[in-house]
Design a protein around this ligand. Structure first.
Ligand SMILES: *Cc1c(COP(=O)(O)O)cnc(C)c1O
Length: 566
């Protein structure tokens, strides 16, 4: 029996994604996009919502990060063995790439819910003996290699993924493209739905574009131009020549270069951004397209520290399936019980830090956390703009810092930021305890986000599409201190759920740094040290007003009701 057999009897939503965070041990993700894909499937499993995810097996992972004494990021492969976690599927399909046939196999990973639900994830794999040595590596490195390598990966994902679903016998109701990487799936669908030539009148197109649009949904994830893949037609023709008529491809994907975002926009009836602000920004980027918004959410059980999960189990039963119940957290849970749960989570982090760094953190000192992909627009160095001012304020209000994040191997600015933080840490050590933890991943994220007192986010607005780590913080009663961008535009109730840094639609480095220092020194730290009960009120506000809303159950119910059913 095919391992996928139990999943073939119900028509499904096919969710295509270049990366997916299945679990910490499986390095098939790089950051928030992959974590969102994982949380999507975890929620589908909780809700028994019939879906199937399609991604690449990324056998060599993204990369393993270590930091040397100079603060240089060192990168090594993160090989994993799919056979340890997944089952080989009994199907193989072919895709013509660069005038060679590339065979594609796959692995079935089963996403399992604590409530018993199961949903399939197919991981495509070209590392087969039938393929040339070069082609065997196409699905090895997540976001690795050059443009040609990337385009081949996208062809395997979009074209190969669709063929694999068909070969395995899945019946698909709707397709959901998580970012533009898989947009070639739309091209493959056009081919599949093409009208036979004998039915066409002169001048009529063979391609049934409305029919493809009817089954495709596209979620765009970044307002940064460079984040949208574009490939020269020279490269496109070398790799996937004559897949459809060139004039049609150019009309759908752009005249000069193949723009994967444009292709996805033109072939999807339902298009959305990942927060209200992001949808507005995206609508301006893509005039003429209707971009709706479904604000992201995070998976409750995955991102809640066990001390909080126990509290919720006791006082707000059912919260994992219906996180809206958390709206009562402020009344249902006592101040003491909440603070104790937080101290437990903080101690877990402190124990980890004493084992994995030479720093002994103090549980009574206010602890700030910052961890995410290290890249320019996220500005991990904003807090260090004026070190003298930072040091001065910690005389009155002691502070500890935990930082983590990977820079893409080709992101030189991101790597320079890591180096800078490394140097700052040396410089600050007498005044502020500070640790940079290497190799940020899901497990580290959970430990860190739950264990700090304040979760910091300082992106240059409006470049943060959503951000999700701050949502994870809310499930652990950790207030956010963040630039008003992405989800925080919707989540921030000043002084009630956390605090905003700066105001207005556009930021500047100096202005935002000043606003950050002022808010820390005049509002956040005084409250932490001088009014513990008032502080716990904010923790409760974060849970009741934010965790009850910024969860992936609300997100998936919206996708189901507004995108998938139509
Ligand atoms: C949640 C998460 C992210 C996303 O964080 P943002 O704040 O949205 O940038 C990135 N990496 C890991 C490992 C995560 O768990």
């Amino acid at each position: 029996m095919q391992p996928v057999e139990p999943f073939l009897h119900t028509p499904r939503i096919a969710y295509f994604t270049m990366e997916i965070a299945l679990r910490s041990e499986i390095p098939t993700y790089a950051g928030g996009l992959g974590v969102l894909a994982g949380d999507t499937m975890r929620t589908a499993a909780d809700m028994d919502m019939p879906m199937v995810a399609v991604s690449l097996v990324s056998r060599a992972g993204y990369f393993q990060q270590s930091i040397d004494n100079e603060g240089q990021q060192l990168e090594s492969p993160q090989a994993w063995d799919p056979a340890q976690w997944a089952t080989k599927v009994e199907a193989m399909i072919a895709v013509d790439l660069g005038s060679r046939v590339v065979w594609v196999g796959g692995w079935l990973y089963i996403m399992q819910s604590q409530t018993g639900g199961r949903q399939p994830v197919i991981l495509l794999d070209t590392d087969l003996s039938e393929n040339s040595a070069e082609d065997r590596t196409i699905t090895h490195y997540l976001y690795g290699g050059d443009e040609r390598y990337r385009f081949k990966q996208e062809a395997i994902l979009g074209i190969g993924g669709l063929r694999m679903l068909q070969a395995l016998g899945f019946e698909i109701r709707q397709y959901h493209l998580n970012e533009g990487h898989s947009a070639l799936l739309g091209i493959e669908l056009l081919r599949r739905y093409a009208f036979p030539a004998e039915d066409l009148r002169a001048g009529e197109s063979a391609y049934d574009i409305p029919r493809v649009r009817e089954v495709c949904n596209f979620t765009t994830h970044t307002p940064i131009e460079a984040g949208h893949d574009k490939f020269s037609y020279e490269l496109v023709e070398e790799v996937i020549d004559d897949i459809i008529d060139k004039p049609v491809l150019h009309r759908l994907g752009g005249e000069d270069r193949l723009n994967m975002t444009l292709l996805a926009l033109n072939l999807s009836e339902y298009v959305n951004g990942v927060a209200k602000r992001h949808a507005e920004v995206s609508s301006k980027m893509f005039p003429g397209y209707r971009v709706r918004s479904v604000t992201n959410g995070v998976h409750p059980a995955t991102w809640t520290h066990e001390s909080f999960a126990k509290l919720y189990d006791t006082h707000l039963a059912g919260w994992c399936h219906e996180p809206e119940i958390l709206v009562r957290a402020d009344h249902a849970i006592s101040h003491d019980a909440l603070w104790q749960a937080h101290l437990d989570a903080k101690q877990t982090l402190i124990d980890y830090l004493s084992q994995h760094s030479n720093q002994q953190f103090d549980p009574t000192v206010a602890t700030l956390g910052f961890a995410r992909r290290m890249t320019a627009y996220k500005r991990p160095d904003l807090l260090f703009t004026d070190l003298d001012r930072l040091k001065a304020m910690t005389k009155a209000f002691p502070l500890q810092l935990v930082i983590a994040g990977k820079a893409h191997p080709r992101d030189e600015v991101g790597k320079a930021l890591i180096k800078e933080i490394h140097n700052v840490a040396k410089n600050l050590n007498d005044d502020i305890r500070m640790v940079f933890l290497p190799d940020y991943n899901m497990d580290l994220a959970k430990l860190l986000i739950a264990g700090v007192d304040v979760w910091l986010n300082t992106p240059l607005r409006p470049l943060e599409a959503s951000g999700t780590s701050g949502m994870k913080a809310t499930f652990n009663g950790v207030p956010n201190l963040s630039i008003l961008d992405g989800w925080w535009v919707e989540g921030c109730v000043e002084g009630i759920t956390g605090w905003a840094i700066g105001d207005g639609p556009e930021g500047s480095n100096i202005g935002d740094a000043l606003a950050l220092y002022d808010k820390l020194e005049q509002v956040v730290l005084p409250l932490y040290y001088q009014d513990r009960s008032g502080w716990i009120d904010v923790m409760k506000g974060a849970i009741a007003k934010n965790a009850s809303y910024f969860n992936s159950h609300r997100m998936m119910r919206r996708y189901a009701a507004e995108a998938y059913i139509r």
